[in-house]
Design a protein around this ligand. Structure first.
Ligand code: SAM
Length: 292
């Protein structure tokens, strides 16, 4: 295998030799390949990609011609040591996937771990990611969320993931192939309830971009009428917090007294009872104060 000794020098300080660049590529709209991504892709010695034909077309559209190396889940075991040899020889390498960010439900994670273990610098040139693009455009809470990727296809693993997702209070983001979308929505209804908020983001950044919601029942009804086509990402609202037990002043006061009798201060007792009862710490503290 031919190994170039020197990275190609560009006007910018990027790309640098011996560095692995993870480069985000468009999930639809070609205009989303950033100028920095183009510069790095045009400057590296080699580009590792899932499908050389697919990525070759994208790169060709930007006038980028570089040696391409196929890197996918079936050959990554063999490829990782080869790519590490290139990095050790001072080559600059870019890793791209068919779309979006490498390492997010795409090959990349193992190569990054191996490169880091071998002491090589890894730099991500960020770009589009279907998960975050779907999340922020869903209108569902985005302050805290869980990325689920693709669910296991069947069996116990699938059931336990669905159970966990149904109980999750944060927004969940799930990738799904279009031909399995209806089945996933049916299962989510079974595990969560048909009123659970959802937005199915279809064909993000493309001409026919669409959001389908606002709840599981409506999304399922829609996709039963219009068979899902193209790429889909499911953004599922979190489980509502369990209803609080009713405020029972006498019982709460007794529990506070018991904690104080154990040596806790009023403030510590209110904090501990707030955690176990779900009531507000301040209200519990007020209850103590009022009764004194
Ligand atoms: N690495 C990619 C990323 O950062 O988004 C994800 C790759 S994963 C193999 C492909 C899945 O991402 C699709 O099955 C779909 O669930 C989601 N996806 C990709 N492009 C999309 C788009 N334009 N609109 C909606 N979902 C998309």
């Amino acid at each position: 295998m031919e190994v170039q000794q020197k990275a190609i020098v560009t006007e910018s300080s990027e790309p640098k030799g011996g560095v692995l660049y993870l480069v985000g590529t468009p999930i639809g709209h070609r205009g989303d390949l950033s100028p920095r991504a183009q510069l790095v892709l045009a400057g590296v010695d080699r580009i590792a990609c899932e499908d050389t034909r697919h990525s070759g077309l994208l790169l060709h559209g930007f006038g980028i011609r570089k040696p391409l190396i196929s890197f996918h889940e079936h050959n990554q075991k063999q490829r990782i040591p080869e790519l590490l040899i290139m990095l050790a020889a001072g080559e600059s390498l870019a890793l791209i996937s068919d779309a979006g960010l490498p390492g997010i439900s795409d090959p990349g994670e193992d190569l990054v771990a191996a490169a880091r273990n071998a002491g090589h610098q890894v730099i991500c040139i960020p770009g589009p990611c279907a998960a975050t693009t779907a999340l922020v455009s869903s209108g569902l809470p985005s302050g805290r969320f869980c990325f689920e990727g693709f669910l296991p296809l069947k069996g116990k693993e699938r059931k336990s993931r669905l159970t966990a997702i149904a109980a999750e209070s944060r927004t969940s983001v799930i990738y799904e192939a279009p031909h399995r979308l209806v089945r996933l929505l049916e299962e989510l209804i079974e595990y969560c309830d048909s009123t659970r908020p959802v937005q199915v983001a279809r064909e993000l950044t493309k001409r026919h971009e669409q959001q389908v919601g606002p709840d599981l029942a409506s999304a399922l009804a829609h996709f039963n009428n219009f068979a899902p086509q193209g790429e889909c990402t499911v953004v599922l609202g979190g489980a509502a917090a369990a209803a609080l037990p009713p405020w029972d002043e006498v019982q709460l006061r007794q529990e506070l007294d018991a904690l104080i009798a154990k040596g806790l201060t009023a403030s510590e007792a209110a904090k501990q009872l707030a955690q176990s009862s779900g009531q507000q710490r301040r209200a519990l503290y007020g209850l103590l104060h009022r009764a004194e």
